[in-house]
Design a protein around this ligand. Structure first.
Ligand code: PLP
Ligand code: MN
Length: 380
């Protein structure tokens, strides 16, 4: 019997490595583009006098949240309570759960987290308020509560100001639950391709939110915060005069789907997220096979693009294989060599990050750091 110890799995890369030494599939973050994206969004929010609370569900990575806060973000959003845990652990002290939560276990965890950070959460039903009230009573903690209103997505949220006022009546007896304002997020407009159609759709959502804010004001109820917006609508939300806070997430990376949106204004973001993959087989003259399939990237918003090689088309994702059709370039089939590395632009960043443990942060062709995707898999 062999008594030598089992090898440990080495990291995909080490600081100082050239790109070619990265073991694939590995998620790369191009730091120069990433830092420009952070700076552009922060500058746009500052110029509009609107708070930036980036959505951390896009990256699930505490190092990225800390970089956003360092540049002036007021806090972060998480979509799930468990997702917030690694961010609190990393020192983030202001987190909005931009979602309703169901069940006593989640309310209990949220109430516990609220002993360590300012936490807020959405509600759209009295029953959620009762669950939050008993969990915070048990934990002796306080929560900020935002009422979610439906501004056109028809996902969560109440319809109008009277419904908001009914929820405020239910909040009233619970001094540890503070009404902080409204969430008015319209997800279904984010990927409307035309700049003009996105502008019009965002204006409609802001108009609906503004009407509820005005009706609440007429009833003597001030909304300190009106939060919402995503990467596709943020330039319009910032200018709306309705939103006091925006919560875009994907701008950090710019995935393939967002790359297909038409941009016309000054607010532009760059692809900073790439999946490094390796040509593992060249079985047939007109295709090659990559080591990156469904278990390395999400395809719900389209197949990945091959970065800088328009003659190569990623046409099919198997569990662990990516099939690339090789086009003709200058009369010859442009087939990359066996063992060569290709960079893919994932179609959808959020679920792609959720598949990986680390981001390999690179600059000028070298690995600079490995960042843990600590909230990966935390969907409770
Ligand atoms: N806010 C909420 C409530 C969301 O559900 C999302 C994304 O789905 C966002 C903000 C961020 O959107 P994006 O990553 O498209 O910028
Ligand atoms: Mn998304």
């Amino acid at each position: 019997m062999n008594t030598s110890p089992l090898p440990m799995l080495p990291p995909p890369a080490r600081p100082g490595d050239p790109l070619g030494a990265i073991d694939t599939p590995a998620l790369l973050l191009e730091l120069d583009a990433f830092e420009r994206n952070l700076a552009r969004m922060q500058a746009a929010a500052a110029a509009a006098g609107v708070a930036l609370r980036p959505h951390a569900k896009a990256h699930k990575c505490p190092a990225i949240a800390l970089a956003q806060l360092q540049r002036g973000a007021v806090g972060i959003c998480c979509q799930k309570v468990s997702e917030a845990l690694p961010f609190v652990r990393a020192g983030v002290r202001d987190i909005h759960i931009s979602n309703e939560i169901g069940g006593a276990a989640k309310a209990a965890l949220l109430a516990q987290l609220a002993l360590h950070a300012r936490m807020s959460v959405c509600v759209d039903h009295v029953q959620q308020i009762e669950a939050l009230a008993s969990a915070t009573r048990a934990a002796a903690s306080r929560l900020d509560v935002l009422v979610e209103i439906d501004v056109g997505q028809h996902r969560c949220g109440v319809d109008d100001a009277p419904a908001v006022l009914r929820l405020l009546d239910a909040l009233g007896p619970h001094a540890q639950l503070r009404f902080a304002g409204l969430q008015a997020y319209q997800g279904s407009i984010q990927h409307l391709r035309g700049h003009g159609e996105r502008r019009a759709a965002a204006a409609l959502a802001a108009e609906r939110a503004g009407a509820v804010v005005a009706a609440l004001a007429a009833a003597g109820q001030r909304c300190e915060v009106v939060t919402g917006g995503g990467t596709g609508s943020v330039e319009f939300d910032l200018a709306s005069g309705v939103y006091t806070e925006v919560q875009p997430g994907s701008y950090v990376f710019m995935d393939g789907d967002y790359g297909r949106n038409e941009v016309a204004g000054a607010l532009r973001f760059e692809h900073s997220l790439f999946l490094a993959s390796t040509v593992m087989s060249v079985g047939n003259g007109e295709r090659c096979v990559l080591d990156a399939g469904l278990k390395s990237l999400a395809t719900d918003s389209g197949l990945p693009g091959v970065w800088g090689q328009p003659q190569l088309h990623y046409v099919s994702a198997n569990d662990e294989h990516g099939i690339v059709q090789c086009g003709v370039d200058g009369g010859a089939v442009a087939r990359p060599a066996l063992g060569s590395q290709l960079l893919l632009v994932p179609g959808h960043c959020d679920p792609t990050l959720n598949l990986h443990e680390q981001l390999v942060a690179v600059r000028a062709g070298r690995v600079e750091a490995l960042w843990e995707i600590a909230a990966r898999g935390l969907s409770r």
